[in-house]
Design a protein around this ligand. Sequence first.
Ligand SMILES: C[S@@+](CC[C@H](N)C(=O)[O-])C[C@H]1O[C@@H](n2cnc3c(N)ncnc32)[C@H](O)[C@@H]1O
Length: 256
Amino acid sequence: MTDGKKSAAQLWGSADYSGLAKRLEPAADALVDAVAPRAGEHVLDVAAGTGNVAIRAAACGVKVTAVDIAPRMVQLGRERTGPAVEWIEGDVEDLPLPDNTVDVALSAFGVIFAPRPDVALAQLRRVLKPGGRIALTAWTTDGYVAQRARLIRLFVPPDPAAADSLSWGDPEILEQRLATEFTGITIERLAVPWHFDSPQQMTSFYEAHSAAYRAAKQAAGDRAQEMAAAIEQQASPDGGPVRWESTYLLVQALAR
Ligand SMILES: C[S@@+](CC[C@H](N)C(=O)[O-])C[C@H]1O[C@@H](n2cnc3c(N)ncnc32)[C@H](O)[C@@H]1O
């Protein structure tokens, strides 16, 4: 594993992800509903986190494998799903699965963290059977998550080696990326509610549950408080309750 991958694994394991997982549940519902796994199918949840998607797929009575790069996520996921899901520590750019063995590959806000999108998509295609289904979610380039990321960049310059996760939220780029390995591409725009009683409650939530936010605050050094205040101001300019609908794309396609 490269140093970048090791630090991704450490980063994602460094906060209590449960709060974020809870808020992302509507996207996991949408992904599993979209592909409607059928009896006898093998479903893969990639960059599975603690198994929001995997646990829903397993409820359809199918075989489910979940892969995540962070050992801590794999441990928590295993505890959460029990034996209904097989958990494997692994990198989406080097999937620990044989060729042509998966019917449905899913990833909720996960594959978007691969530094090399083409490599990740080629891996997903490799493990899928021909005609297999893929469905992924990615934050839109104009939604709340993208706006917050752009604000954070004013305080913490992006690491050029890190994944450009927001590029996945541009429908044109997404379609181009998928077109090499997949066909029948459809893209829907959906949203998860991003509601908090106050902007301060929101940043306290990030402190508790978002490894990326904590890392950004650390990297911002003596501007950390200024950054937190800017994030609060952005989420709620008048200081009242935060009421965003955080938009994302749900893309579906078939393996060529
Ligand atoms: C935002 S979380 C999403 C988790 C889960 N899919 C969900 O919806 O709750 C992103 C996940 O991607 C995983 N991840 C990041 N880079 C990865 C990689 N290269 N290979 C596999 N997993 C990766 C992280 O460990 C983390 O669990």
